[in-house]
Design a protein around this ligand. Structure first.
Ligand code: ZN
Length: 432
């Protein structure tokens, strides 16, 4: 990325977030397909449809959901809630209903959050057939006794679940996967932010040929990652590791959640980048969270980390109408993207290298690698050369030397290239 680009990139991400935010996404249906089709205007996305009723491991792909209208009105026609005002007003996967009923009959189907009385909560009922509405707690408590006209014009029918992926072929078949869930309606940080960061990441990955093959996958949470794993079940041994990218758009610390394997190559790379380049945090794996759970599960055992700006505890606006576009921060989105790119840079460069002149320090000056003379590399690059040579004994990979050195990633990566060009380093073996 050149110096002028981060601003352009953040403007583009915020614009895409604005286009995606209003769509009524769910784990199936038109909002999800529209979302993927908008992404297809920026990156070549492949769409996979998995039919309702398909058994994917221990799950079954549910019927498709379509929603056309949803409202509650008093018997005199006064609007209480209407999906036209917010997609969050209807419980996702609500079954149809069109009936007049008393408040007592309606009440069990109304959901609010007393802890956040001014915000509409986000609720779904994917696997239990039910219907319901979500509203501000302050509106719920003010409802008078009486009759209400309740309408949900929805449909549940055998259709399919949609997963999109951008495949960026590399020199090797080994794959690195980025996954973001894309099933939440009109919620910004969770999950429009992850979608826009991954779209921009795919665009960047497409710009240069790399060593590894990358797949950037957009699918519904849980059932979407499982469906993708099911579609790819014959070639999962090709996946080296991967990352979920979620909740990436708010101004708070960047967090890397380790894979279940904790000390995998990915964990060492991503932890070092997040801590050292972004002053972020590293948290251990936990069995609760996003789609990293599926990839890390014992059957697949793919080391899968997570990059986000919130923990499992969420954030104050989590899963409510307060998680809207005003929460998204262009700099935070840019830095999240940048973290993904730096992780890719280190994944690509990583390996174990041998010092070809291991008897004392090789003379850097005669090879133009000493920082004392004009046109020569910076102090950091010179120091990075010394670190790489000093640890070039076949026991340390680049990620480990980067961590030990305390030097900027850019200096270590540039020093590696210069030493390879000068013949002072040669590849020993890549670590797995
Ligand atoms: Zn969520």
């Amino acid at each position: 990325m050149g110096a002028a680009e981060p601003f352009e990139t953040s403007v583009r991400m915020l614009q895409l977030a604005q286009d995606l935010f209003p769509l009524n996404r769910s784990i199936t249906g038109a909002g999800l397909r529209q979302t993927l089709s908008i992404l297809g205007q920026s990156v070549p996305i492949r769409i996979h449809e998995v039919a309702s009723g398909t058994k994917v491991f221990d799950w079954v792909v549910p019927d498709e959901w379509a929603i056309r209208a949803a409202s509650v009105r008093t018997s005199s026609g006064v609007k209480i809630v209407d999906i036209e005002d917010s997609n969050l007003h209807v419980v996702g996967y609500s079954t149809p209903i069109d009936r007049r009923m008393s408040l007592a009959q309606l009440r069990p189907h109304l959901h609010s959050d007393p802890a956040r009385p001014k915000h509409i909560p986000y609720r779904t009922s994917y696997y239990t057939r039910n219907w319901g509405f979500c509203l501000r707690h302050e509106d719920l408590t003010g409802l008078p006794e009486g009759e209400y006209d309740v309408l949900i014009d929805s449909e549940l029918f055998p259709g399919s679940l949609t997963v999109g992926e951008v495949v960026i072929p590399g020199d090797r078949d080994d794959e690195i996967v980025f996954f973001t869930h894309s099933c939440h309606p009109s919620l910004a940080n969770d999950n429009v932010a992850g979608i826009v960061v991954c779209t921009e990441l795919a665009r960047w990955l497409l710009s240069t040929r790399r060593k590894y093959t990358y797949r950037v996958v957009f699918g519904p949470g849980t059932i979407g990652s499982l469906s993708w794993l099911w579609l790819n079940k014959g070639k999962l041994d090709k996946i080296r590791f991967g990352l979920t990218v979620v909740l990436a758009g708010i101004r708070s610390d960047l967090i890397y959640k380790q894979s279940r394997m904790e000390k995998s190559e990915l964990d060492r790379i991503a932890s070092a980048v997040v801590q050292r380049e972004f002053s972020g945090k590293v948290i251990p794996f936990s069995a609760w969270g996003y789609d990293e759970r599926q990839f890390n599960s014992p059957g697949f055992a793919v080391p899968f980390g997570r990059l986000s700006r919130a923990t499992e505890e969420g954030y104050p606006q989590y899963h409510s109408s307060a998680d809207n576009l005003s929460l998204l921060d262009g700099d935070a989105l840019s830095a999240s993207l940048d973290a993904c790119m730096r992780i890719v840079d280190l994944i690509e460069a990583n390996g174990v290298y041998l010092n070809t002149e291991p008897y004392g320090e090789p003379q850097l000056g005669k090879r133009g690698l000493y920082s004392g003379s004009g046109g020569a590399p910076s102090q950091d690059i010179q120091k990075a050369c010394l670190w790489l040579l000093s640890y070039g004994d076949g026991h340390y990979d680049i990620a480990e030397i980067y961590r030990l050195s305390g030097l900027p990633l850019s200096a270590v990566l540039l020093a590696r290239t210069k030493l390879l060009d000068a013949g002072l380093l040669k590849e020993h073996a890549s670590v797995r």
